[in-house]
Write a protein that binds this ligand. Structure first.
Ligand SMILES: [Zn+2]
Length: 390
């Protein structure tokens, strides 16, 4: 049996931070407070020990995008984010043609079969293509010309290619056919999320009644209170607040969401219903100042400005260049969120939102997916399944 002891760590648990030791045996957490010896030991020197980060919405990093659709690109992205503390992630696909989505799904299957990093990806996330192209605000960086209505036969074909590999799928609930979309997702055990939508709160509520249970990058590319002509409308945001069972995710790069929106979401929903995500793209974990969001072949050009990716005409943000460790620093240093709450948002909440088992928390029997950070919240060590990665 392989044993690893992490000593003198400020262990971040769901309700407290405790200075203690954590024992790992064969990749699982088997004791919190163990006083004996182990084959290998790390002295954490009072630094924080957190559950590994779970990023349920990420497009790329390290110079590659999942839409490049090769197993090598998948490995590049996963390795780049692993260095930054992400021990589980959902490769995210942009809205694309059916043939490009097929390529993405096939590359994922190949990556799962042959990569030593495949344990980091339980399945994929399709962000689209059944979105509203009603205005630039709702489409954001999604290619407007490729947005379409939910199409049952296309869904069936994609589900077949994915062969159980899709974990979450996003769509706009106001579109014709969204009830079929939600039903089919639920039938296939897929988490159904509202995104890139111009729904009124009533339309969003209908979607929730049909099975949508999550909202993608909350407050970004979804509707909230607004005036249209003489009419005053509520939107997706208000419907999410009114339904306790609906979970949300926030891009915690310090640019997409101001501190007080984050505090409001936490106050109304509670930390276990609010996931921190990167929505990171190709440029994440690089020094690149521009690149393609989406595939090299068909992607959208973006530039980096003020630590965020933007469309070249500056009309919209185009995904973030964040990593989960940056999100931790934004939450704890810039936004004044305590580390227990931040850890829930970075690990426990996203693990729950995708129904992942045995990850997201430092708990007996759980996978030893762990991160050690110093008091400036910089990465010291990353551990995946009990193996030190750096
Ligand atoms: Zn995205």
């Amino acid at each position: 049996m392989k044993t690893l002891l992490i000593k003198n760590a400020n262990v971040v648990l769901p309700n407290e931070v405790r200075l203690t030791n954590v024992l790992i045996e064969d990749g699982k957490i088997t004791s919190i407070g163990y006083d004996g010896k182990a084959e290998k030991e790390i002295d954490a020197k009072g630094n924080y020990l957190l559950a590994g980060f779970v990023d349920i919405h990420v497009h790329g990093g390290g110079g590659a995008d999942f839409m490049d659709a090769t197993p090598e690109a998948f490995e590049t992205v996963v390795k780049a984010h692993l260095k930054c503390g992400t021990t589980t992630l959902l490769p995210t696909a942009m809205s694309a043609t059916e043939s490009d989505l097929n390529d993405f799904l096939n590359a994922f299957k190949e990556f799962k079969n042959k990569s030593e990093y495949s344990a980091l990806t339980p399945g994929v996330h399709l962000e689209g293509p059944y979105f509203s192209g009603a205005n630039a605000k709702s489409s954001g960086a999604q290619p407007r010309g490729l947005l379409r209505l939910p199409d049952e036969s296309e869904m069936d074909r994609l589900l077949k290619v994915a062969d159980g590999g899709i974990i979450r799928w996003d769509a706009a609930p106001e579109l014709q056919g969204s009830d079929m979309f939600a039903r089919k997702c639920l039938e296939n055990g897929i988490v159904c999320s509202i995104a890139h939508s111009v729904a009124t709160s009533e339309e969003a509520q209908e979607g929730i009644d049909n099975g949508f249970s999550h909202v993608t990058h909350f407050y970004n590319a979804v509707t909230t209170y607004r005036k249209e002509g003489q009419k005053v409308l509520a939107g997706v945001v208000e419907a999410a607040y009114l339904n306790d069972n609906v979970t949300v995710e926030l891009i915690c790069d310090g640019r997409h969401i101001p501190r007080d929106i984050l505090r409001l979401a936490l106050k109304i929903k509670g930390a276990d219903k609010v996931s921190a995500i990167t929505d990171g793209m190709r440029i994440s974990c690089t020094d690149m100042q521009g690149g393609k969001l989406g595939s090299l072949k068909n992607g959208t050009d973006v530039i980096v400005d003020d630590t965020v990716a933007k469309l070249p005409d500056m009309s919209s943000y185009a995904g973030s260049i964040a990593t989960m460790d940056r999100c931790l620093r934004v939450l704890c240093k810039d936004y004044g969120i305590d580390i227990v709450t931040a850890s829930k948002m970075l690990s426990l909440a996203p693990a729950k939102h995708i129904n992942a088992k045995n990850i997201g928390e430092i708990k007996l029997g759980y996978n030893a997916d762990l991160v050690i950070v110093n008091t400036d919240f910089e990465i010291v060590n990353v551990i995946k399944n009990g193996i030190i990665q750096n």
